[in-house]
Design a binder for this molecule. Structure first.
Ligand code: AP5
Length: 217
């Protein structure tokens, strides 16, 4: 199953793709995770992308296309993948089509997680990540006395720098202008599955399973 997860920042793409990947035995390819790990190290890629990410702007298409092409060439992606965060522009979508066509493959399905803006802001401003186990939590779900330590392993919880309010509003604007048009791009090709992203993560996961058809897999 070659799948793209599409949706605005904070829609829950990562949360759902991780789970579907675990249950279907498919790699979760998150461009945000790849870039964050590059940005945290002293690599050329890290230096190229750090400024864009901190501002909530998109990394240039040619950089992203090369990153994804290299990742999809790895052996674990040969039988399918869950792409989370790519494509985000029309040129990236066309580049993905070309990468797959070069291997006589096509995309099977695009899972579009739809969440209203007010809820996106709530989820992003409250998101905290554990520095040790990577748990992804929301302060709204934690007791006030527990917002600094991970309830799973006790390590420190941190906020993503691009989850600061000003950067969040830029990310949402960039999404509307540049990425949202891909909904129509994939809808016209009959690949889009529109998922109601409100409700608990469990509810949303059920919505995704209900929307996938045997031909998607
Ligand atoms: P990236 O990491 O991809 O960020 P994003 O798309 O903005 O998405 P997020 O990770 O913020 O949200 P998500 O939808 O995965 O939600 P999550 O599951 O975490 O990209 C970061 C940056 O990298 C970009 O800004 C850009 O600079 C660069 N970049 C990456 N890809 C690029 C590309 N292709 N081209 C150019 N630049 C690129 O959930 C969010 C929160 O909500 C969590 O706290 C979670 O616990 C909670 N939550 C999840 N589901 C629910 C639910 N159902 N109910 C309540 N809370 C929920």
């Amino acid at each position: 199953m070659r799948t793209v997860f599409l949706g605005p920042p904070g829609a829950g793409k990562g949360t759902q793709a991780v789970r579907l990947g675990r249950e279907r035995g498919l790699p979760h390819v998150s461009t945000g995770d790849i870039l964050r790990s590059a940005a945290a190290s002293a690599t050329t890629l890290g230096e190229q992308v750090r400024g864009y990410m901190e501002a909530g702007d998109l990394v240039p298409d040619e950089v992203m296309n090369a990153v994804v092409e290299e990742r999809l060439r790895q052996s674990d992606c040969m039988d399918g993948f869950l792409l989370d965060g790519f494509p985000r522009t029309r040129p990236q979508a066309e580049a993905l089509d070309r990468m797959l066509a070069d291997r006589d493959r096509t995309l099977d399905v695009v899972v579009y997680v739809d969440v209203p803006q007010e809820e996106l802001v709530r989820r992003l401003s409250g998101r905290r990540l554990c520095v040790e186990c990577g748990a992804n939590l929301n302060v709204a779900d934690l007791a006030e006395s527990a917002v600094e330590r991970c309830p799973k392993c006790g390590a420190r919880l941190v906020q993503r720098t691009d989850d600061e309010p000003e950067t969040v509003s830029n990310r949402l604007e960039v999404y509307e202008q540049t990425t949202a048009p891909l909904v129509e791009y994939y809808e016209q090709r009959g690949l889009l599955r529109r998922i109601d992203g409100l409700g608990t993560p469990e509810d949303v996961y059920r919505n995704i399973l209900a929307a996938l058809t045997p031909t998607d897999e």
